[in-house]
Ligand binder design. Sequence first.
Ligand code: ADP
Length: 378
Amino acid sequence: MTMVDPPTRPGGAKVPWGPRGTAAATFAGRLAFEHVSRSFNETAAVNDISLELEPGETLCLLGPSGCGKTTLLRLAAGVDRPTSGRVILDDEEIAGPNTFVPAERRGVGLMFQDFALFPHLTILQNVAFGLRKLDRATAHEEALLALKRVGLERYADDYPDVLSGGEQQRVALARAIVPRPAVLLMDEPFSGLDQRLRDEIRAETLAVLRETRATCMLVTHDPQEAMWLADRIALMREGKLVQLGAPDELYNHPVDIEAARFFSDFNEFDVTVENKQLKTPIGSFAAPKGHSEGASAHVMVRPQGIALAGARTKNAFEAYVSGVRFVGESTYAFLAVEGYDQQITARLAGAAKVAHGEIRKFSVLPEHLLIFSGKISI
Ligand code: ADP
C-alpha cells in the first residue's frame, strides 16, 4: 500500500499519522452565546442562554427531551436565527440583531441524528463532499486519510448501502472531521445505534475529537453519554441553562434536586433538623451549615451509596432483605426497614452475598449522600 504524505498545516508542520492514521488537527474555535433566546409562537425554546466554549473543549448540552438543546445547536450551525442575543465564533458575530452568517460560511462541521449519506455517491465521494473547494486529487487524498482513521478505507469505492449502521456512522464522523472544522456540532449522533455499537463508536469519536482538537458541542439526553464525552456539561431545563460544569461537579454537587435526579436514582427522605442531626430510616447525618433547628431538609442517597456494614461500622442500620437481583457488575438488594413503609434500594458492588429473607446491617457511604434544604413531596 502506498503511504500518503501527511498533510501540511499552516506554518508548515506535518501532521503525524499513526498506523491507522490519525485525524488531522484543526484550529479550534471559540464559540460563544450571549443572552441568546429563540421563541416559537411566543414560547421560548431557548431562553436567555449565555455560554462560552473554550477552543478544543467538548461541551455536552444535556437535558430532557424538549428542553431546547437542538434549538441551541441549530442556532450555532446557522440553520436557524435567534430571536434575540448574539452568537459569536472567535471574534466574529455570526448571528445577532443585524448579522447572520449562513451555515456554509461558518466553518462548522455537522453530525446530526439522521446521518444520511448520499446513496448515489461512493463512500470516498461522500467523505470528500465537504472538500469541494480543494482540487479533486487532494480532496480524495484527505478523504482517504479520514476514512483510514475510522478503519474503513477498504470501502472507499463502494456505495453506502454495503455498510452497517455503525459503519455508516463512522463514515459520517469521517465526513464531519475531514474539512477540519473549527467547531463540530453533533446532535444525538449515537442514538440510532444499539448499546454495544454505541459504546464503540462513542469511544472512537472521543479519540477522534481529542486528535482533531476541534471545539465540539454535542447534544444528548443521556447523562452517561454526556459524562463519558464531555469536558463540561451544560444542563438545560425548559430552555434555560440550569448548571454548567465538569461531569463530576454536576454529579457530586447538583444545583437542585431535579439536577441530582437527572444523573442517578435516589432513595429520598423528607426530614426535620433535630439536635443538628437529620434522622432518616437509614441513618442519622449531620445537618450541613445553614440548616437551622426545626427546618425541613431533603436527604437523598444513591442506591450505590448503601453498602453492607462491617461489625464495627458506625451509623449502621438493620434491614430485612425483601429481594435480590444480580445484574453483573452489581447486585440490587431491596430493603425493608422497621417503621418505614417504603422500599429502599441498595446497589451493592459485584456479586454481593445477601439473600432474600435475611436481616442484615447496612450503612451509607457519605460520597453518595446529598442534602438539600426544604421539603418536597416525593
Ligand atoms: P430538545 O432538543 O431538547 O429535545 P428542541 O430544541 O428540539 O428540544 O425543542 C425545544 C422546544 O421548542 C420544544 O417545545 C419544541 O416543540 C419547540 N420547537 C422546536 N423547533 C420548533 C419549530 N420549528 N416550531 C415550533 N416549535 C419548535
